[in-house]
Design a protein around this ligand. Structure first.
Ligand code: G4P
Length: 295
């Protein structure tokens, strides 16, 4: 798993590159992580994409709760975006993606037609924060050779266009967006999905936050995975006690034979991130305006 550390210089370069690239396109295909659609969005994207057709891909939908995927789809559609929940690794979804892009580009083609412009393709770019699946997505819809990564903000960009079909061309390098750093919940959620290294919490604190969230929202998943008796937790201390049981069950023991909570925490986080705990969404649209799922 790739983790990404941001520095102010990265952000400035990413912003500049994005501002330059966006001038070249009619459509922005924004990838967000379906488990945390709010935290994985860029705070400036609405402003940056003004006047462009908008597509939102709820990527890694295979890891997120299907009910929440539907809820988020409705939420973003209400804001005028064209939305698709997707597992970008599955190439069979290309048609669904192209159909959606076609749908989102219709208005632009119609405007062109009225002005007597014909056969001018829709130009689109993919954008998203690091690790959200941009390269995987471009590879899937454009073929293997397409997305040469060099996936750091500010790397020299080729600005090559990939022809997806007769009416759509895609910029070959994705736009790297930056998350909303100043929001602690955003930091927590991105750290939980493993996208952005976050020093505000250590692994054990992170896993405790996850256990508390699962207790409130996905009861039974931890019990099932780690053969635990049904439990109820409401404090970090109680969550740590659960982790101790998990440590014993999974033989995460330190040299003296005592439960190694840090090891168990890493294991729980890894099981969550890879979907082994089940399909879990950390954010719900109804509380997305200013609060989030895991506090
Ligand atoms: P980026 O360009 O936005 O930085 O992301 P990238 O495509 O490199 O994808 C980041 C990680 O997310 C990769 O895993 C990739 O396989 C995974 N991924 C992308 N889309 C999806 C999806 O829809 N569902 C799931 N479950 N995973 C997805 P990795 O662990 O970094 O590499 P690997 O284990 O695949 O080799």
């Amino acid at each position: 798993m790739q983790q990404f550390q941001w520095y102010p210089g990265h952000m400035t370069k990413a912003k500049r590159a994005m501002q330059d690239d966006i001038k070249l396109v009619d459509m922005v295909i924004e990838l967000v992580d379906a488990r945390v659609p709010q935290a994985s969005r860029n705070p400036d994207i609405d402003k940056l994409s003004q006047g462009k057709a908008r597509v939102i891909i709820l990527n890694k939908a295979d890891l997120a709760d299907e009910r929440q995927n539907q809820a988020w789809k409705a939420y973003f559609e209400k804001q005028g975006c064209h939305v698709l929940a997707l597992d970008a690794r599955v190439r069979g979804s290309v048609k669904r993606v192209l159909d959606l892009i076609g749908e989102a580009g219709k208005a632009k083609l119609e405007r062109d037609r009225k002005r007597g412009i014909r056969n001018r393709p829709i130009r689109a770019m993919v954008a998203g924060i690091p690790n959200v699946g941009k390269s995987t997505f471009i590879n899937s819809i454009a073929g293997k050779a397409a997305a040469k990564t060099g996936n750091k903000p500010g790397v020299t960009r080729g600005n090559q266009w990939i022809k997806l079909n007769k009416s759509v061309e895609l910029l070959d390098t994705p736009g790297i967006l930056w998350p909303k750093f100043e929001d602690q919940t955003v930091g927590l959620h991105l750290a939980l999905i493993g996208s952005i290294r976050d020093d505000i919490m250590n692994t054990t604190e992170l896993a405790c936050a996850l256990i508390l969230f699962l207790n409130d929202n996905y009861k039974g998943l931890l019990e099932q995975r780690y053969a635990l008796d049904a439990f109820e937790v409401s404090t970090v201390v109680e969550a740590a006690a659960v982790m101790e049981k998990i440590a014993v069950y999974r033989h995460c023991l330190s040299k003296g034979g005592t439960a190694d909570i840090d090891k168990a925490a890493a294991l729980v986080l890894d099981d969550f991130r890879s979907g082994r705990l089940g399909r879990i969404s950390l954010e719900k649209p109804e509380c997305s305006a200013d609060t989030h799922g895991v506090e």
